[in-house]
Ligand binder design. Sequence first.
Ligand code: NAD
Length: 483
Amino acid sequence: MKRGAMVPLVSYVDGEYVGDHLGGPGTHDRENPADVAEVVSTARWADPAIAEHAVASARAASSSWQATPAPVRGDVLRRCADLLEQRTAAIAQDMAREQGKTVPEAAGEVGRSVAILRYFAAQTLAPDGSSYPSHQAGTRLFSRRIPVGVVSAITPWNFPLAIPVWKIAPALAYGNTVVWKPSEVVPLTSTALLAAFIDAGLPGGVLHMLLGGGAGLGPALYDVDAVTFTGSTSVGREVVLPAAVASGAQVQLELGGKNVAVVLADADLDLAVAQVARGAFLSAGQKCTATSLVLAQESIRAELAARLSAWAAAAVVGDPRASATEIGPLATAAQLERYESFLDPAAHGGTVIAGGRGPAGGHFARPAVICDADPHSRASRDEIFAPIAVLEPVADLSDALRRANETHFGLTASIFTSELAAAYRFIDEIETGIVKVNQESAGLEFHVPFGGIKDSGYGPAEQGLAAQEFYTRSKTVYLTHAG
Ligand code: NAD
């Protein structure tokens, strides 16, 4: 018997929460991943008619939002940031209950979202074009960045606040209207973010939220000017990309990763263990930037494995709202099944030296270390997205680079070394969008470009000044004085 059935959360279209009057799609319960007997929220999922209405309304609101002075748009983002900041404690508790990350991780995500909103609010005061000398007398020649129009944003569950914010904030700041489809796993956190935008005074029609799974929304979501998607490589590449291209929308995909940490024999091992463990295990490994494959130089391989497994064995896995907890549950039952499937010997061909199911009652997984995995195995090749570090030995830096660049993903990578030459070579030769030296592969700053290559991404990078490239187009103006 589930506890806690409640009034359904609903989509938000054209300045109104959408009740039954636009059709009656079903409701879906979201369980607490730490206590599966508790229902955290019930959501009424949108349907194709609601999606069409949202896109049409976003289109209708586009010209007035574009005509709103950019600094005034920035004021709305700033107010939204202030409201989120004031609501941090409540949002963090709900996010922990809904998504499973610990309360400090959730509060950190709220803080990051606040910072991103303030950053893009400030961007509304930044230069929005360039001026050029003209070959023609009496002519002013300049280019301006103008909004793209209507943007669809499709987001995953692992950073249920920060990822939507790093798409919605620049989209709005640069003058676009937005149809947002959050993950069906996190309707409560999504509704909290929407409420902050509404309370900040965002006009109706500028931002719409469609609750539910993306597959049931029909083609309207792609009948826009730009589509930004973060999620799995399969949905991004096989569903979103072809649909967006067919409708002529520009596309940005941020996808999965198989992020490598290389630990050379000359590394500071204390630092490497601490950083690799953080990168692989915190947030239960459910970060696109999580460390998944650890390439250890032969002479330190055994010690690194032993120390990582000691870290894993000591980690406190449990209720994300308990103060001692370091690692909360996986977000869904499917995630726990996925985790367990990677610990099956057939999936790795090596030795599991730490890991296994955590406490009963929720989707708990202990941080796991797999040693001497077969480089051709699923565990060594695929994205895992759970707290598992797969270790493979490498002979030297050249061998590590060869092995790391074999992966078809290219999001982040890190190297642990005290040799400057090795660090430079790794920076130059690793095939990823982000590279770190003596730092975990996760844990990125919000004001610099973020994006992967190969199967980890498609289109322009996100965040920082890179966002302007995706959320605006260029218009070049030749202005000659008549008479
Ligand atoms: P997912 O691909 O299952 O879902 C992502 C979004 O797409 C959700 O909103 C989902 O409802 C929607 N969706 C699913 N099927 C759809 C369909 N047929 N049509 C339209 N929309 C559809 O991914 P997820 O499980 O939510 O998130 C985990 C994945 O996201 C991992 O692969 C992870 O690496 C990736 N991720 C990448 C980044 C990055 O920036 N590179 C960041 C976070 C997560």
